[in-house]
Design a protein around this ligand. Sequence first.
Ligand code: HEM
Length: 530
Amino acid sequence: MRDTLIFAAEVYLYYVLSSVLLALLVVLIVHAVEFEHPFALGSKARPDLYEPKGAIPLLGHTLLFLRNSRRLSEFVLESHAARRRDGVEDADKAVSMTLLGRRLIWLDRPEHLEYVQRTNFANYEKGQDQRNELGVLLGQDDKAWSMWRKITARAFTVNSYRNVMSASIHHFTKLFIRTLEAKAREGATIDLSAVLFALTLDTFTSISFSTDPGSLPAAARGETNAFAQAFDEIQVLLARRMPFFWLVERLDGTSKRIADDMRVIHAYSDKIIRERIEKVQQLDEDGDLDMLGRYMAATKESGEPLTTEELRDATINLLIAGRDTTASTLAWTIFELLRNPALIEGIRRDAAKLDDPTELPFDSLKEMNWTSAVFYEGARLCPTVPNNHWTARGDDHIPNGPRIEAGDHIAWSDWTTARDPAVWGPLAGAFDPTRWLDGDGKFRKDSRLHSFNGGFRRCLGETLAHFEAVATLLALFSRFDLSFAPGYLEWTPMVKTEWCEHESPKYRPALTLPMEYPLRVEAKKREGGG
Ligand code: HEM
């Protein structure tokens, strides 16, 4: 009996092994037949599109992608540039890459993105892969999105800009200036990136959650709070995720770091929610709800209030949307200004129109033409969500663009498009605020800009970011003469691409494009600067 059982097990094993081998053989034959257009397992080549060189059978572009994961934006730019060098200019021949289990089709025309994000919005979603990669931090799914968007949008009224938001922005701008004054008195080198992150964290938590985390005073002492550290680290770890990340992360210990960071982030957002629950009654009576208050007062389609987990997800989503994006845009913009100080004069002229340049009234924002142009040029050239992708639910054909198949990942790189001469002209890669001014020197927006996303998912906080950034630039440059710290330019690694002469500091591959190395400056109080 024992022998019969062993024999049966051996036969079973033999069948399993030979089936696996046969399946592998079939896969290899299929891929060998497709040798001219190798593609990754779980995907399919698109010979009708432009497939960058370097794909291999079974893995497609996976290894190439992995090798370039710390310089993804440059890699995407090089792929678009190679396509043009190879003479493939047709708008319908987008760049296509296959990674294990997915095909990426990179769009590089603003009108194609407008089609995906507005005209045929119903056919595209962030999708399961984005949820798998970012869901641990950004919990919402596509189904819940429209409810969140409606509730959040209600917080951005002209009245709230004039009252709640202005009060917070003025308060923290002044604190920011005092922090820099103390550093200037000491003659110390300033890590401006850290101070800007502290400024936007304090301003944003005050506007959204009516609480002050005290990061600016901490930054003045050279400290970073545990929440900010965890938040910064997890963004880098999540931005690295590729197909099969769960396996790699288990092996190299990343999953433990992510779990530790999430514990810190959850503890912080739970504290915000607890404190906010205690205040809710008072704020409701004032009729002035902050964003968290709005979420707490809202009900779902079922009529139930949001759960603690849902409130926590909303809190974290808002923090990532509002804090890091604005701080990074400011850091990149200030870098460009210090490299070309003649551009600062226009900011000082705008500041001179105000009674107090550290207190920009919301209604005066529209008069700050030059400073607005500077901010939008910073947002264009250094888009803080540099690369993104959605998934196609069904087959589609983008007008004058590529054919799309269900399950394709539609990807785009705003960082690349900003440098693309075909979109922004021959000097696309240069920092030039005048492109945002009309003949009369008045600021005007440009529909090609995609740094704030587009269509039905355009950023809800664009005006808040614009207001906060302009208020910061006016206060900063009216009060200080700023210069790079000695050695900063010599020692900071730069990125240069074939489409532009203009070098910029190396970015850190994270969800919101921080600089790899802090922006180090020296500040001198200006004579008569208040
Ligand atoms: C310079 C600063 C900012 C930039 C460049 C920026 C850019 C973006 C981008 C690219 C997206 C789309 C992200 C995605 O779906 O993957 C987005 C979405 C969003 N942003 Fe901003 N953002 C900025 C500041 C802010 C601020 C201050 C807030 C304030 C709350 C905010 C709130 C939001 C919200 C709520 C969404 C989600 C919109 C939706 O999916 O319907 N953003 N932003």
